[in-house]
Write a protein that binds this ligand. Structure first.
Ligand SMILES: [Mn+2]
Length: 310
């Protein structure tokens, strides 16, 4: 059975503490459990104080059959940030703007060039999603069509190439839309003069949404993930994005959403988010999965963030 772990973002001390709490111990440089394995939801890099340690721990577990992992948007962004744009000299597939450089700054600062190369080589091998029959894991949204589009575009060995990255960073390309939806989650554009400010202080004109619920009957205040109680109680447009996920489908685990709640709980009977904002003094969160179709709040295991910010 599996212990699924949410976004870590360089918080290696909390990761080691969480693994110990779950009964994993280090043996010849790799954390193992006698009977269980970890699944990482992605977002290993950026923000936190010990990014190389997080990548080393997760990668060694993945390479020694002690863990599985999916790609997060921060790994995807890192690959695009470090891949030259074949069409534009001296440009990269993710533009080196102030905002993008700031988001990636701790990763750039903490890795040596060689370590970064090794990390990127591992990120290239991470699948967009895992479907293990009785459970599914994806960084943001279980969009089966998008996952198929991505899987059809990767190399035969499952890894992604510079050509994949070029397409996946070209707005309008089906691969771009697929990556946006699967790794970043569908977003709903706010009415013209309305904005929200995210946890990084960025002003946004779009909100992340509860993609798994039908938009009918939802309001601007209710449909966000996390919810935005300050927004209007007017109904959202009927053509708002949604990827409905029915209660009879296997449980799906995601990260990505910076949930603020002090007490983690499933979002639905078969949907759980494991990102509780460790990078913003929240906590690192795991779910101990024993094969149940109906998820339980008792199965969440957490470690509070330490105050060490880089
Ligand atoms: Mn994240």
């Amino acid at each position: 059975m599996f212990d699924i772990i949410g976004d870590i973002h360089g918080h290696a001390d909390e990761l080691v503490e969480l693994l110990a709490k779950l009964g994993y111990s280090e043996q010849s440089g790799c954390f193992r459990h006698p009977t269980r394995r970890v699944i990482f939801c992605g977002d290993f890099v950026d923000r936190g104080p010990h990014i190389p340690d997080v990548v080393r721990i997760a990668k060694s577990m993945a390479e020694n059959d002690a863990a599985l992992a999916v790609m997060g948007n921060h790994e995807f962004n890192a690959l695009a940030y470090h891949t030259p744009d074949p069409a534009v000299p001296n440009q990269f597939l993710r533009v080196h703007s102030k905002k993008n450089e700031h988001q990636h700054s701790q990763t750039l600062r903490q890795f040596t060039d060689d370590e970064l190369e090794t990390a990127l080589d591992w990120f290239r091998t991470l699948p967009p999603a895992l479907d293990l029959g009785n459970l599914r894991v994806v960084h943001a949204c279980w969009d089966s069509a998008g996952i198929e589009t991505i899987n059809a575009a990767v190399n035969q060995d499952g890894s992604i190439t510079a050509a994949f990255l070029k397409q996946a960073t070209t707005p309008g390309d089906p691969l771009f839309e697929a990556v946006e939806c699967v790794m970043k989650g569908p977003e709903l554009a706010l009415p013209d003069d309305v904005t929200v400010t995210d946890k990084e202080g960025n002003v946004r004109r779009r909100i992340r949404i509860r993609w798994y619920d039908e938009p009918t009957g939802e309001t601007w205040a209710s449909y966000g993930l996390p919810v935005n109680p300050g927004l209007s109680k007017e109904p959202i447009p009927i053509d708002a994005p949604a990827v409905p996920y029915s209660a009879d489908q296997p449980p799906v685990f995601v990260g990505h959403y910076w949930l603020p709640n002090p007490t983690p709980a499933p979002l639905k009977s078969n949907i759980a988010c494991l990102d509780y904002s460790v990078a913003k003094l929240g906590f690192l969160c795991a779910y101990r999965f024993d094969g149940e179709q109906s998820l339980s709040a008792d199965h969440f295991v957490t470690v509070p963030a330490k105050e060490t910010q880089p």
